[in-house]
Design a binder for this molecule. Sequence first.
Ligand code: HEM
Ligand SMILES: [Ca+2]
Ligand SMILES: [Ca+2]
Length: 297
Amino acid sequence: QLRTDYYKKTCPKVFSAVESVVEDAIRKEKRMGASLVRLHFHDCFVQGCDGSILLDDTSSFTGEKTAAPNNNSVRGFNVIDNIKSKVEHVCPGVVSCADIVAIAARDSVAILGGPKWDVKLGRRDSKTASLSLANSGVIPPPTSTLGNLVNRFGARGLSAKDMVVLSGAHTIGQARCTLFRDRIYNETNIDRAFARTRQSTCPRRSGSGDNNLAPLDLKTPTFFDNSYYKNLIHKKGLLHSDQILYNGGSTDSLIELYSKNPKAFSNDFVAAMIKMGDISPLTGSNGEIRKNCRRAN
Ligand code: HEM
Ligand SMILES: [Ca+2]
Ligand SMILES: [Ca+2]
């Protein structure tokens, strides 16, 4: 039921309001564009695209922010707050936080040089969040097998192709040492020189270096292009879950396609983002339009 013209009458200024705040945030820190894209993914995979990830913990429940895939990892909540206050200023009580996250993700991709698409809108916000669901593996960990990745995306109505093309979002952003240490020290399907470079800022022993960052795309970490797939061809994927997409299995041919054909990547990425944004939205009289994205009304 989501529509691209959902706010046409009630809040036509929503797009300029979101875009200006996202632009400011990315001007200050390019990585924020990546963080906003990931925020939409982690929202949609838990209870659907309903803003559940934005809820702060309260005395009555613990939300998703401290779940394993999010804790110390997901970013951008302050930017969403800034967008929300700007949007509330132009059209109070109309635009959901879940829609704000979807528009911010779309704008981030476009600002960093990727495609721009008409984003479907009309999601409402959840009144709750689920720590246990967020921890249950619905967001797959980077240690996943290819079969596990395909199944986790399949459970959300996304195909193996959608999974491969959405993983192309790793053309931007950063990851912490603790999430790729095993790969750079123990795996063999990795370029030796690349592994050594990453080892220089990610010590073998866990401890103080755990939060050291490395770019997911070594070539163009702040530009939304198809370089992620070229890296995989050269065994320079950072995460286990990246390189597993090009490791002699069923998704190799898609990696080859996207590495050679940036247009195919753009087109398929747009289609898959729209599909991801359609996961179980709250509509009609379900949910609410939160006043503050961090708490239910
Ligand atoms: C296929 C399964 C996926 C796995 C296993 C995975 C795993 C990860 C991991 C481990 C990180 C680093 C987190 C950290 O260092 O704390 C990361 C970062 C990121 N992921 Fe994914 N991811 C997947 C799919 C996606 C999808 C579908 C998107 C968006 C469409 C996405 C967008 C991003 C972005 C943009 C970053 C960088 C965020 C930043 O720099 O703040 N990922 N991912
Ligand atoms: Ca959610
Ligand atoms: Ca890139």
